[in-house]
Design a protein around this ligand. Structure first.
Ligand SMILES: [Zn+2]
Length: 189
């Protein structure tokens, strides 16, 4: 597809003299520099519009630029720490780019269900959340706990101690895998 979209013939322009031999002795085919090309504009009806053509060239240019500047992937803040509420699978981080009407381009990270990402709607729902929103939620939680601690330190420490004990295995004293307690069996209503 990329070659199709790089081929100016799809724009209705015919380009000649793109390739030639190395010299009259060496008949190895070489690709000639763009300056040697002979371009006949509108030689036949365009398959795609010049606007679409320009947009595709811009996308290709940016893709090339990105691969040159490809830095090692950065681990995301909440990777490995988020679990889908429905299927208990891990949430995956995804970099997204938002093109605004005023021309601004914003990049942000969001997380969504990994099972949904791999198997689609039959496996789970998207359950997407942006990193900005998550940061705000976590900050609010930290702030609330810090305030509670200031208000009544002993009560908070007691509460944390109790939580700590209840999370440990009754005999081994070890934390169970996952660290969460199973919900009590449903008793009916
Ligand atoms: Zn899920």
């Amino acid at each position: 597809m990329k070659n199709v979209l790089n081929n100016e013939a799809y724009l209705g322009n015919l380009i000649q003299n793109q390739t030639g031999s190395l010299s009259y002795k060496d008949k190895t085919t070489i690709r000639k520099p763009e300056t040697d090309w002979i371009c006949h504009e509108n030689a036949f009806d365009a398959i795609i519009s010049p606007e679409v053509w320009d947009a595709v060239q811009e996308i290709n240019r940016l893709a090339k630029f990105r691969s040159i500047n490809n830095a090692a992937p950065q681990p995301h803040l909440f990777t490995g720490k988020l679990i889908c509420a429905d299927c208990k699978g891990q949430l995956l981080a995804n970099r997204e780019t938002q093109h605004r009407k005023n021309g601004d381009v914003r990049k942000y990270v969001s997380y969504f269900c990994g099972r949904y990402a791999n198997s689609g709607r039959s496996a789970c729902s998207r359950h997407g959340i942006s990193e900005i929103k998550l940061k705000k939620l976590v900050m609010a939680e930290i702030k609330a706990r810090a305030e509670a601690l200031e208000f009544d330190e002993t009560a908070v420490l007691d509460m944390l101690k109790k939580k700590d004990v209840s999370r440990r295995h009754p005999t081994s004293g070890r934390y169970p895998a996952g660290g969460r307690q199973a919900a009590p069996p449903y008793s009916g209503a």
